[in-house]
Ligand binder design. Structure first.
Ligand code: FES
Ligand SMILES: [Fe+2]
Length: 448
């Protein structure tokens, strides 16, 4: 058994590293029970999910007084409501009478929160207002039975919630990420749509699929012509992490003499739509003006496409448009950000360790930060109907199959490389949250 707490790993995790620019002295082994054990999933429900900030929706989902949005997370349900005073609040979604969930789904225009069972009612600030046939209860003080509040805060148009009312402020929880991405002016984005897709795998399988670029050479081979997956810097904070990937340039894995044609065809095949509808099918290689690169031309095409929506990207250079900043927010959210795009991928637990949900939130940049709120559509998309584009569909193919492999009796551990340091860091902080020894999976007794 490898000592997973070996000091060399601490050094790795504290250092900015490129995707494949480091060699661990030993692989890190994570027990498979973390992905398949009902006891482990229960421990997460007890010690992780009620304690962490996590993304629920965008401000646009709950922009107006009377807007509401149910945020589910495993067995937990949180009700977000914009009050008549304009304040966004969150409550545990349980009636104080006998516990029925008060609202399911999302909607607009409510003036009270009324339980459908016996019709107890609260105002949008969570104050109890009405108990039908009240006399039968004897004396009840309305102030004693408000809806149970949860913490709510926002950053970059995203609404975060935390069941722990004593949790540290969101600002501190986000560590260095807001400063790191300040150049992108995220306040200019608005939510356009969000999706929920039930998946037959553990939430960590989904999450970890968006936490390394090691799989690009295997799963996304068409992308190799237009991504530098080898030299992509990675960054580790205490519990969050990041990867910065350059697109519009070839992977060093393809050798030195990669033609512009290869780069162009790869970019068009995997994300040509960023340049507009004319670039979603194979198309002619554009001329590259003297003194420019193909990457500059791609960036300019993206600028011109954004300009058709009134968005001016002149202030963003080629790198800010063609590079992707990928943030892995502990424990279960990935932010994908370039000057023209902002996508949020969240992996939620399901009722068992073998089930979960992939939630996507798509945002678009508006002409200015003063743009009015949008009205995002929020839909459930079954896995067999999910089509999220060329690259994400490839990720989905693995999400469909992984859990079966994890259940094979001879499979005992996941083996991780230094290249997968963002996954390692997630597990290290998970261990701290759950009270586990490094590499362990049970809270007490013998650690496997
Ligand atoms: S459970 Fe809600 S009013 Fe009875
Ligand atoms: Fe992928």
């Amino acid at each position: 058994m490898v000592d997973v707490a070996a000091p060399q790993e601490t050094e790795i995790l504290g250092t900015a590293v490129t995707a494949s620019g480091l060699a661990s002295l030993a692989p890190v082994k994570i027990p498979v029970q973390r992905y398949i054990s009902p006891e482990f999933a229960e421990l997460e429900h007890e010690r992780l999910w009620p304690k962490v900030w996590h993304v629920a929706c965008t401000v646009d989902h709950v922009a107006n007084p009377g807007d509401w949005f149910e945020h589910r997370l495993g067995k937990y349900s949180i009700l977000l409501v914009r009050g008549t005073d304009g304040v966004l609040r969150g409550f545990q979604n349980a009636c104080r009478h006998r516990g029925n969930p008060i609202c399911q789904g999302s909607g607009a225009g409510i003036t009270e929160l009324r339980c459908p069972y016996h019709r107890w009612a609260w105002d949008l600030a969570g104050r109890l207002r009405e108990i039908p046939s009240r006399r039968g209860f004897g004396p009840i003080n309305n102030d004693d039975l408000p809806l149970v509040p949860v913490k709510v805060d926002t950053w970059g148009r995203l609404v975060f919630v935390n069941l722990d009312t004593g949790a540290e402020p969101l600002e501190g929880w986000l560590e260095g990420i807001p400063d790191d991405i300040a150049w992108a002016n995220l306040d200019e984005f608005r939510g356009t749509y969000s999706t929920v897709t039930p998946v037959n795998c553990n939430w960590k399988v989904v999450n970890e699929g968006f936490s390394e670029t090691y799989h690009v050479q295997g799963l996304h081979r068409e992308m190799l012509g237009s991504i530098n997956d080898v030299d992509a810097p990675q960054r580790i904070w205490d519990h969050h992490s990041a990867s910065y990937q350059a697109y519009g340039v070839p992977s060093p894995r393809l050798g030195r003499n990669v033609s512009d044609q290869t780069v162009w065809d790869s970019f068009v095949a995997t994300q040509g739509g960023r340049m507009g509808p004319d670039y979603t099918e194979p198309c002619a290689l554009p001329e590259v003006p003297e003194g420019q690169t193909l990457q500059d031309v791609i960036a300019q095409n993206i600028r011109e496409h954004q300009a058709t929506s009134g968005v001016d990207l002149k202030g963003y250079d080629t790198a800010q448009i063609t590079h992707l900043s990928q943030y892995n927010l502990f424990p279960n959210t990935t932010l994908l950000i370039s000057a023209d795009l902002f996508t949020v991928l969240t992996a939620r637990p399901g009722p068992s360790p073998d089930t979960g949900e992939l939630v996507t939130i798509h945002l678009s940049r508006m002409p200015s930060a003063d743009a009015p709120a949008s009205s995002p559509v929020h839909v459930t998309v079954p896995m067999d109907q999910a089509d999220f584009g060329f690259v994400l569909n490839q990720d989905f193919s693995v999400i469909r199959t992984m859990q079966a492999g994890l259940h094979q009796p001879g499979f005992t551990h996941v083996w991780l490389s230094g290249e997968e340091c963002r996954i390692i860091n997630m597990h290290r902080h998970l261990e701290r949250c759950l009270g586990l020894a490094p590499g362990g999976w049970q809270r007490s007794g013998h650690l496997h």
